[in-house]
Design a protein around this ligand. Structure first.
Ligand code: FDA
Length: 310
């Protein structure tokens, strides 16, 4: 409950324009802890650095709720540029996209622009043997994102496209069951948006319990699972569950955010687990940064100290 109140308070404050302007003016130095840089080259450098520790990468060009169709298409072009740059640097690209950034909800030439642009991105990623994960956003987008995932999965195959389920939503276990016919590659997260009690568990204990159930169910169904959390107790339980049920270490991977729990990321990789860091980059870092601050008061203290040092 306290976690929910803290998150609500931070996201509400962060949504105010004056706060945004103040943080944008002084915050890039602090954001660098969570964001690899503003260009594809800085992100690619981060991929190389992580590789030295045996950690794989998931590149994410930042940008949310981009307004005009032309901007959405430009954003998709920028993701494709990044795929090209990664391929040229000898990296098999693994990227995440938010469908809202590439036009979800806008109809152009009789089709949802998010679907059109996602298709262009996945086509290019597939040419390079890569993978695109469709991030999950706030709850009104879940139905359309799952429907578009199903379409894209049909067109490109599960080796090249996956999506995300959020354990804080009441609906998610049913959603997972409903995707089993695809044997999908799914990332399981707790959920990062401010959601009402009508759709999401208000208590952290319920979110955590649903998280475990989702991961175990997806493993039991024989599907590849991306266990995306920094929660050590869940990570431990998943390790034990996999051991007890004969699920091999290459049937799942742990995913964490760039700059968060690097010690844990390295230790898991050293122990032979697959580990992937989610590397955000780009100029539009403020909403991403706000959500990281909302996740734990420790991060808020880090920002406040940074601003006081100013
Ligand atoms: P929880 O919040 O319970 O934290 C567990 C432990 O980790 C605590 O000790 C906490 O302090 C620490 N911790 C958590 N976040 C931290 C941070 N930012 N800094 C420092 N310590 C931190 N969400 C979404 O809605 N859609 C999506 O597509 C994605 N995608 C995604 C990809 C990947 C790779 C990850 C790791 C996460 C996401 N998320 C997401 C975000 C996710 O929903 C969730 O908000 C965060 O992962 C935080 O929750 P934890 O599972 O880490 O647990």
């Amino acid at each position: 409950m306290i976690d929910q109140m803290y998150r609500k308070a931070v996201l509400t404050v962060a949504g105010q324009k004056a706060i945004e302007n103040a943080v944008r003016a002084r915050g890039w130095g602090m954001a660098q802890r969570f964001v690899a840089g503003e260009t594809p080259q800085t992100a690619i450098q981060a991929v190389h650095d992580l590789k030295k520790d045996g950690i794989m990468a998931n590149l994410d060009l930042l940008g949310e709720f981009i307004e005009s169709p032309a901007q959405c298409t430009q954003f998709a072009d920028n993701v494709i540029t990044m795929l090209d740059a990664a391929h040229a640097a000898g990296i098999t690209p693994y990227v995440s996209i938010k469908l809202s950034s590439v036009g979800q909800g806008k109809t152009v030439d009789g089709e949802d622009l998010g679907l059109t642009n996602a298709r262009r991105i996945i086509r290019r990623a597939k040419e390079y043997g890569g993978f695109v994960c469709l991030d999950m956003e706030d709850h009104p987008r879940v139905d359309q994102t799952l429907a578009q995932f199903r379409t894209l999965h049909g067109e490109f195959g599960g080796q090249h496209v996956g999506t995300v389920l959020q354990s804080y939503l009441y609906r998610t276990e049913k959603d997972r069951d409903g995707l089993d016919d695809l044997s999908p590659n799914l990332r399981i997260v707790k959920g990062a948006y401010l959601e009402p009690e009508t759709v999401a568990y208000p208590q952290k204990a319920d979110v955590d319990a649903a998280y475990r159930r989702l991961v175990y169910a997806h493993m039991q169904a024989g599907n590849y699972v991306n266990v995306a959390t920094h929660d050590e107790s869940i990570i431990h339980d998943v390790q034990m569950y996999a051991l007890a049920h004969g699920i091999s270490k290459d049937a799942f991977e742990f995913q964490m955010l760039y700059g968060i729990r690097r010690d844990l990321q390295r230790n898991l990789a050293a122990a032979g687990y697959r580990v992937r860091a989610y590397i955000p980059y780009g100029r539009d870092w403020y909403p991403y940064f706000s959500r990281r601050i909302a996740e734990t008061p420790r991060n808020a203290m880090f920002v406040i100290r940074g601003m006081l040092k100013g």
